[in-house]
Design a protein around this ligand. Structure first.
Ligand code: ACO
Length: 282
């Protein structure tokens, strides 16, 4: 096929409160090229604060989620432009991954297929991850002679046990979906035919939660990992107080519906957001 236009390297649509974003270079197994990286940042920008977006799902068109960085366009051609070229391409990739790590809306990686190397940046950036049983996960860097950079080594040491991370990085062998779930790379692995349905269910549940509390929660989980207990305790007090100032009605309504209206039980599900005034969707 003729060269894909930069704008078409990422596909997206919004349906029922969910932004479905796709790596869209199936003919190159969705490898992350500089133009894809630039386009992805534009798409994330466009979707982040839209009122009709409550959750963002990142998946891949065709057989791959993403086969990592594009060896030709990201590595070889960037290097041809010297250090400035290399740093520019790194910045473009890392910028959208970082943006996704701290995204305003909850994010889900829906890993439908190949997931290699540079895929681990966006994989970790997504708050939750679900994969197809026949997806394949690998740090293939060692197989072509480099270390797992771009945060990939940090990702595996964050998500896996030390021995598993070391083996995964040094051997360059792939994990199947169920193995990736057992290792902690994803929340769950399900048969490919059920993947979208499972992600739909999770989206539906997330859409019922208070969005301000969700943003505060996901940021807190990421932040406290590197804090002492004392610092985490303090951070969480401040984070809740900041969330309260964005959404002064949230917890009051949650308590009212349980204690006064007796219309739900927090131990069994979320309060009815539609009754909250003023309605906020941050
Ligand atoms: N970079 C550049 N091109 C790629 C990449 C990539 N990461 N992955 C696939 N492609 C290209 C192939 O070169 C091929 O292009 P062509 O049609 O112009 O020859 C096309 O995509 C299809 O790839 P095939 O290898 O033919 O597809 P197949 O389904 O047989 O294999 C697989 C899929 C296993 C994903 C294989 O393409 C592969 O090993 N890709 C590289 C994976 C990898 O190691 N990625 C880098 C990780 S390290 C990092 O990201 C820092």
């Amino acid at each position: 096929m003729s060269e894909r236009k930069a704008k078409d390297t990422v596909d997206f649509s919004v349906e029922g409160g969910v932004a479905w974003v796709k790596f869209n270079r199936p003919e190159k197994r969705n490898a992350q090229s500089p133009s894809l990286n630039r386009r992805m940042l534009e798409v994330l920008d466009e979707l982040e604060f839209r009122d009709d977006v409550g959750v963002l799902v990142l998946s891949g068109e065709g057989a791959a989620w993403t086969a990592g960085m594009d060896l030709k366009e990201y590595f070889r051609e960037s290097a041809a432009n010297g250090l400035a070229g290399v740093r520019k391409s790194q910045r473009e990739a890392y910028t959208w991954w970082r943006r996704l790590r701290w995204y305003q809306k909850p994010t889900i990686a829906m890993v439908n297929g190949w997931c290699f190397g540079g895929a681990y940046g966006p994989l970790f950036a997504c708050d939750l991850a679900f994969c197809a049983d026949d997806a394949q996960f690998g740090l293939s860097e060692i197989n072509w002679g480099i270390l797992p950079g771009g945060g990939a080594t940090k990702v595996v040491t964050s998500l896996m046990g030390f021995r598993d991370a070391m083996y995964h990085a040094m051997l360059g062998e792939n994990l199947s979906g169920p193995q990736a779930a057992a290792a902690g790379l994803v929340n769950e692995s399900v048969p490919a035919a059920s993947l979208k349905k499972r992600v739909d269910e999770v989206c539906e549940r997330l859409l019922k939660k208070n969005p301000v509390a969700l943003k505060a929660t996901k940021d807190s989980v990421r932040r406290v990992v590197e804090m002492t207990y004392e610092n985490a305790e303090d951070y969480l007090i401040r984070a809740q107080e900041a969330a309260d100032s964005f959404d002064p009605e949230g917890r009051t309504e949650g308590m009212k519906q349980f204690l006064d209206d007796k219309s739900y039980k927090p131990g069994l599900g979320a309060y009815d957001l539609s009754k909250q005034k003023p309605k906020k969707r941050a």
